[in-house]
Design a protein around this ligand. Structure first.
Ligand code: FAD
Ligand code: PYC
Length: 403
């Protein structure tokens, strides 16, 4: 049937780079593309290139498990993750591209008394932050997730932190939707073009050395997730981030059996069901620094062992495929959206295991920072200098993924 599918318009152009731009963004993941989009949409800045060493969305944006939520603890986090979640609500209409946002509901299970206390605290904090979450008891959990075993014996389900408008979206579509909108505004998305060096003079960036030659710019945004340390090194400064692989896997497709997202953070596992019927499953990060975008057998075993008491049915599933992405972890598990020691160079990184949900809010905040040269209220607390000053935004619990 596909032989009739000919003559489709390209969704985005594939130009050769110009000699210079007002803004160059390194990294065509969700965060880089969203930054470009809001630079154009909110500030009218369209002489922009987004430079990508592989294919757009081929980094963590295309490798994540698509969970969207804003149930964080600290005020700066609640603000930016809720901004992002709210933007997701209308993103398909805004981009005229179906990103399949599915606010199906998200549960973080409490399986120890310690977790009960922690999640009650989060619910109270969220109510002060205008983030809609609630505490639900085990019977309500069972109603929402009929396949769950709430009885234990090792980790009975004592309740859950529930965000009814949390959920999922189609990860590729988020990247593709932003890319198409950027291209339509006249921006250049340059794929298969690796940044190899950053040129600067008198404390300011003049451009980037790439595999397609030198590209000059007036402002540079570094938005490369797991490779942030390397690109910052090219620009001559260090970042407090480390790179580790985070893996995930999907099962064979089965009939619809779970229409919410469930995270079980005590045992280190989470699961949702994709539109194709696959159970999408993930666990903790690899326990060592590495740059491999691959899965490993021990990880399947560890993650399924963790989840099988709570979801006995997964013991009967065949696993279909697994993969990994390189995530950039900061010490307080919060991102960096910041000025850098170079006057016209800005960094957006450190989203670690949890940045898919943040893409629209992060792009919004990074565009404001790059357009004005100063952070707005969403980005201000996420500056690079908080690590020197000790002003951490500790989200190690809300991150929800074991590190
Ligand atoms: P990326 O999408 O990785 O984009 C960065 C881009 O920069 C890449 O395309 C890369 O090729 C490019 N690049 C790097 N170096 C260079 C260079 N020198 N020159 C040019 N280009 C370069 N988050 C959630 O919110 N919910 C989840 O459920 C979730 N699950 C996850 C599951 C897994 C298995 C993984 C790996 C991550 C998960 N995350 C999740 C985290 C989320 O995927 C990331 O935080 C987010 O996608 C980061 O987006 P990004 O645009 O910053 O990075
Ligand atoms: O940040 O919600 C999250 C998440 C879930 C799985 C990986 N990251």
């Amino acid at each position: 049937a596909l032989r009739y599918h000919q003559g489709w318009d390209r969704a985005w152009a594939s130009p050769a780079p110009k000699s210079s731009y007002d803004v160059v963004i390194v990294g065509a993941g969700g965060h880089g593309l969203a930054t470009a989009y809001y630079l154009g949409k909110n500030y009218g800045i369209t002489n922009v290139a987004v430079i990508e060493k592989g294919w757009l969305g081929g980094g963590n944006t295309g490798r994540n498990t698509t969970i969207i939520r804003s149930n964080y603890l600290q005020d700066p986090s609640a603000a930016i993750y809720e901004k992002a979640r709210a933007l997701y609500e209308d993103l398909s209409q805004d981009l005229n591209y179906n990103v399949m946002f599915s606010p199906r509901g998200l549960l973080m299970l409490a399986q120890t008394h310690h977790e009960v206390r922690g999640y009650l605290r989060t619910v109270h904090a969220n109510s002060l932050q205008n983030v809609q979450t609630e505490w639900i008891g085990p019977e309500r959990v069972k109603e929402l997730v009929p396949i769950i075993n709430i009885a234990g014996p090792r980790y009975p389900v004592l309740g859950a932190l529930y965000q009814a408008r949390g959920g999922t979206a189609r990860h590729d579509a988020v990247a593709w939707g932003y890319a198409r909108a950027c291209s339509a505004m006249g921006m250049d998305i340059i794929q298969q073009c690796e940044v190899k060096g950053v040129r600067s003079e008198n404390g300011a960036v003049t451009g980037v050395e790439t595999t397609k030659g030198f590209i000059g710019c007036k402002k540079l945004g570094i938005v490369v997730a797991g490779h942030s340390g390397q690109v910052a090194d090219m620009a001559g400064f260090r970042l407090p981030v480390e790179a580790v692989a985070l893996q995930a896997l999907v099962s064979e497709p089965i009939k619809p059996c779970m229409d919410v997202v469930v995270m079980a953070n005590t045992v280190h596992g989470y699961m949702s069901q994709s539109d194709k019927g696959e159970m999408v499953i993930g666990g903790g990060t690899d326990g060592f620094n590495n740059f491999t975008q691959r899965g490993s057998f021990h990880h399947i075993e560890e993650t399924l062992r963790a989840l099988v008491e709570t979801f006995p049915m997964i013991s009967r599933l065949k696993m279909l495929r697994q993969w990994g992405g390189i995530v950039d972890m900061t010490g307080d598990r919060s991102p960096i959206i910041s000025k850098t020691p170079l006057g016209n160079c800005f960094i957006n990184c450190g989203w670690g295991t949890g940045g898919f949900k943040a893409i629209p809010g992060s792009g919004w905040a990074m565009a404001e920072l790059m357009a004005k040269g100063e952070p707005g209220p969403l980005a201000a607390d996420f500056n690079l200098w908080r690590f020197r000053e000790g002003q951490f935004i500790d989200e190690s619990v809300a991150a929800g993924v074991a590190h």
